[in-house]
Structures are given as structure tokens and as C-alpha cells.
Design a protein around this ligand. Structure first.
Ligand code: ZN
Length: 279
């Protein structure tokens, strides 16, 4: 399928040294909800802050209960045409770097290399007491073994598997401790609200952006400063910014090109146009 490509967007991308900054909108076509996008204004639960997570055992238990139930959806998600096109453009030599705000690992699953996960990744967990990093898959096995009764209970009150459960429903969940030190202060290796992105990681992103010929924002409304600052840096240096997103973004005034269209279509067309054999 071919869509009419914005000529400015095509020119920027095909000139190469493109740094990609991707957000939740790139993964919605993989079935991962974008809570901030046009269809996701309703967030059913306020996001857990780092302070609440660290400060309260019941908060951690509820977090892990919901996370345990939601993990099936994340683990089952597959990269979509947009992720594949970004990997194709990288293989074609056009990409100077990939920064993602997503924690789902779908860029890498599509074959992209050297992806900087700005907010970390859900595939790892970290013990805040001893620093041990472990895979989420291994933690999930332990959670599954500890929660046979909980899963059976949830299935009776929530047969369609939609994890919209009250706090009371979550009381039967049994958290597991760190495999090394048994501490229950285990967190997914992602940056929570109220927590800063590690400085080194931010600096690595700035370096990529400063060396870019253009910055291509994919599926992010740039609501939080952690992504918006790279758009501001690019604009301040006179590096053109292109935004492909459904809906307005906080970076629109700084962009040279803004395209509102489904990401899978636009990116597939960009890749196919440059690399006809990949179409
Ligand atoms: Zn530990």
C-alpha cells in the first residue's frame, strides 16, 4: 500500500542521519494502549509515583498485582509496520540513532539496534536494596508459582481478563522478594513518575541529537519534559524537527514538518520509497 508522502518529510528522512524519538503512539498499532493519545484520555488508575512505590508496601503490592495481570498483554505484543520500517530505515543507513520513550522493547523486537530506552525497559527488574537486576520473565515465573489462588480468584470476578480491578480485589496477591537478598523493594527497571532519567542516559541522547541532520518524532505528544527537551535542543541548534503523530504535541511550534497520519502507513511508505525491495 502506498500513501501520499509529505515531500518535506521524505526529503528529511532520505537525507539520512535521522535521529528517531519515539513514544507510545508508535506502539498503539501493536495493541499497547496510549493513555495520552486521542483515544486514551481516560487513564483508569493514576500512575504510580516513585515516592508512593518506595514508601508503601500496600502500594507496591497493588502495583505488582496490576502489573502481573497486565504483563500478558505486554509479553504478547508484537512489533508493527512502524517498528519494522524504522528498523529497515536503520538497516538502509538512514538512522543516526533511536531514542524511545517506550518500555515495551518493540523497536528491538523488530530488529533495530542500539536503541536508547529513555525510560528503561519492562524486560528487566531491579532490586532497590542490593541492586540485583533480573529478567522480568524469571520474576514472572516466580510470581506465577506464588499466585495460583489469586489468578483463580481474578478469573471468577473478571472473566474477560481486563485488569480493571479494585484495590480490594488485589488483596490476595502474593508479591515475591529479590532472588538474592529477599528485599521486597523490587521495581521494574523503568523510570517512574517522580523519578529522573539517569544523567548519563540523557547525555547520550543529547549527543545523538546534536550530531543529527534531523530529529524525527514518532507517536509522542511530548507531554513530559524528558522527551520535549530533545526537540528544544534540536530546534535551538537549527536541526530540523519532523513530527508524525495523531493529535497535537507540545513540540508542534518547533517543528519544520508535522504529519498527522497513522504511523505504520507513513513509515512503511518512507521505507518502501527509499528501499523498494523491502516493500
Ligand atoms: Zn536484592
Amino acid at each position: 500500500m502506498t500513501v501520499a508522502l509529505d515531500s518535506q518529510l521524505r526529503e528529511l528522512v532520505h537525507a539520512g542521519r535521522v535521529v528517531v524519538l519515539s513514544g507510545a503512539g508508535l506502539s498503539t498499532e501493536s495493541g499497547i494502549p496510549d493513555y495520552r493519545g486521542p483515544s486514551g484520555a481516560l487513564r483508569r488508575h493514576a500512575p504510580m509515583t516513585y515516592q508512593a512505590f518506595v514508601g508503601s508496601e500496600p502500594a507496591r503490592r497493588r502495583y505488582w498485582a496490576r502489573s502481573y495481570l497486565g504483563w500478558r498483554q505486554i509479553a504478547a505484543a508484537r512489533p508493527n509496520a512502524g517498528h519494522r520500517a524504522v528498523a529497515d530505515l536503520q538497516a538502509g543507513g538512514l538512522i543516526g540513532g533511536i531514542i524511545t520513550q517506550n518500555v515495551d522493547g518493540l523497536h528491538q523486537a523488530a530488529g533495530a539496534a542500539d536503541v536508547i530506552e529513555l525510560h528503561g525497559g519492562l524486560d528487566l527488574v531491579v532490586c532497590l536494596t542490593c541492586g540485583l537486576r533480573d529478567t522480568r520473565a524469571r520474576m514472572d515465573e516466580r510470581l506465577r508459582a506464588a499466585n495460583v489462588d489469586f489468578v483463580a480468584h481474578v478469573a471468577t470476578i473478571n472473566p474477560d481478563g481486563d485488569a480493571d480491578l479494585s484495590d480490594d480485589d488485589l488483596d490476595g496477591f502474593v508479591p515475591v522478594g529479590c532472588a538474592y537478598c529477599t528485599s521486597d523493594l523490587i521495581k521494574p527497571d523503568v523510570v517512574f513518575f517522580g523519578e529522573n532519567v539517569p544523567r548519563q542516559r540523557v547525555d547520550a541522547c543529547y549527543s545523538l541529537v546534536e550530531a543529527a541532520a534531523s530529529l524525527l518524532v514518532l507517536g509522542s505528544s511530548l507531554t513530559v519534559m524528558s522527551g520535549l527537551r530533545f526537540v528544544r535542543r534540536a530546534a535551538a541548534l537549527g536541526i530540523p524537527v519532523a513530527i508524525v503523530n495523531l493529535g497535537p504535541t507540545r513540540g508542534d511550534e518547533l517543528a519544520s514538518v508535522k504529519v498527522e497520519a497513522p504511523l505504520g502507513e507513513v513509515l512503511s511508505a518512507l521505507a518502501a520509497d527509499y528501499l523498494p525491495t523491502s516493500a
